[in-house]
Design a protein around this ligand. Structure first.
Ligand code: UDX
Length: 441
């Protein structure tokens, strides 16, 4: 049978999932409470920057295969499979995840479900959430004559910047199910991917939930490991980029996620490891995850170290100094500034009296909204006018390929600190710059 699909939540995850499900051939409705967002998406426009997403989404909006609505009634009547893709941000002032949006979807959708269907959670949640939501669903869903309304858990591993590619060609599919029927429905929905050879792990709710957070914990640990090595390199005059290269040839270690620098940010890794620690505490297993506290601490120390390095380049004080910041997004190919290391560093320097001007190829609007007190420029060159030091904090291709000669006539001093170890030191030094980086002599 061919399924009709709904997707609740139209952020990075939901909008991508909806467009990709349409690409797989399904009729899809995307649902959100944000009327502005729904209006934009209905016009084939994506309200954030994600390469490849807009053309895909526009194509399917135009063909009529993909539509968007704010109406839960419409979605409930339409869908055979309802994906829940809303955010689970960090709670204010604590480590735990805020589940109010996930809960709201279930509470609002369940009473409207009058036909057989499967509700599939994709949001990243603390282990135990799926079991609780399944109970809630059973309690609230009226169902029909033979109408089993059931829950499944299917975590999502997509990276921003590669969201479409990661959804259509994932490394693996993970599904947590409690019945053969639920497994069959999800195997059918993902049949095109399974036929293409994507491995699938079928498991219980708790394991499916844990796969996601443990994958993120592992990735965060790998980044903090190499950043801890960078700290030691700094203490001894060694070069962490050579160290990482040498480590990478060991296939047991592998080279990915060994890029030392300013560390991780974004809407996932930082809050997911914190929520994971909080949940382990509730379960009485906090000892198992105390190392994540260290992973988080190493990550935050890199930002402080970056501020120190920048201050050093300003002869010990930011007062009266102009600082150009290249990059505002938490990583390149994204306009997402959630927990952005670059903006965190920019704000710290401003607090310490520096005159900071920020430029980013895509994240300027978001940065302006969140950090209105920082100054912004329309280009890298403009940001660098009169700068005593340039800080390279998000490794956009534009910065990696930049010729230092472009900046030579405008800067006050030729000093650059590479927070991402992504620039070519030889090129910058040859152009007369003092080049400094995290973890390198
Ligand atoms: C991450 C996971 O990769 C993804 O599987 C999960 O679904 C969501 O969280 P994302 O947040 O989009 O994805 O970004 P990712 O590419 O993983 O980068 C995370 C952060 O780590 C960025 O700030 C990046 O700059 C940093 N990073 C990454 C490093 O500092 N060094 C590295 O070697 C790799």
């Amino acid at each position: 049978m061919t399924y009709r699909i709904t997707v609740f939540g139209t952020g990075y995850l939901g909008a991508t999932h909806a467009a990709c499900m349409a690409e797989l051939g399904y009729e899809v409705i995307g649902v959100d409470v944000d009327t502005e967002k729904i209006a934009m998406l209905s016009a084939g426009k994506v309200p954030f920057y994600e390469p490849d997403l807009e053309p895909l989404l526009a194509k399917h909006v135009e063909s009529g295969r993909l539509r968007f609505t704010t109406s839960y009634e419409e979605a409930a009547e339409f869908g055979d499979v309802h994906f829940v893709c809303v955010g689970t941000p960090q709670k204010k002032g604590e480590y735990a995840a805020d589940l109010r949006y996930v809960d709201a979807v279930i509470d609002n959708l369940a009473p409207l479900l009058r036909r057989e269907c499967l509700v599939v959670g994709k949001s990243t949640v603390p282990v135990g959430t799926a079991a609780r939501l399944a109970e809630r669903l059973a309690e609230l869903a009226p169902g029909g004559d033979d109408a089993a309304v059931e829950l499944a858990w299917n975590p999502e591993f997509l990276r921003e910047g590669y969201a479409v590619q990661d959804t259509l060609h994932p490394d693996r599919l993970v599904i947590g199910v409690r019945s053969e029927r639920a497994e069959k429905v999800l195997r059918d929905v993902y049949a095109p991917l399974l036929e293409a050879g994507v491995p699938i792990v079928v498991t219980d709710f708790a394991t499916a939930e844990l796969v996601k957070v443990s994958a993120n914990a592992f990735l965060a640990t790998k980044i903090s490991f190499i950043n801890a090595m960078a700290e030691v390199c700094e203490a001894t005059g060694a070069d962490v980029t050579h160290l990482a290269e040498a480590l990478s040839y060991d296939p047991r270690i592998g080279g990915r996620f060994l890029q030392a620098g300013l560390g991780f940010g974004g809407g996932c890794l930082p809050k997911d490891i914190r929520a994971f620690m909080a949940r382990a505490g509730e379960l009485g297993a906090d000892q198992a995850l105390t190392f994540l506290r260290e992973v988080d601490a190493i990550n935050m120390r890199r930002r402080a170290r970056m501020v120190d390095l920048a201050r050093e380049q300003c002869d010990g004080s930011f007062l009266g100094k102009r600082i150009a910041v290249f990059g505002a997004a938490f990583k390149p190919n994204s306009d997402d500034i959630r927990d952005s290391p670059a903006l965190n560093v920019a704000a710290q320097i401003q607090l310490q009296g520096g005159e900071v001007t920020v430029y980013d190829p895509k994240a300027m609007d978001n940065a302006r909204k969140m950090f209105p007190s920082l100054a912004y420029a329309d280009s890298a060159v403009e940001a660098a006018v009169g700068a005593h030091v340039v800080l390279h904090l998000t490794e956009w291709q534009e910065f990696r390929e930049m010729e230092p000669e472009l900046l030579n006539p405008v800067v006050a001093e030729r000093r650059i600190v590479d927070g991402r170890n992504a620039l070519d030191p030889v090129k910058w030094r040859q152009a007369g710059w003092v080049y400094r980086a995290l973890g390198r002599p």
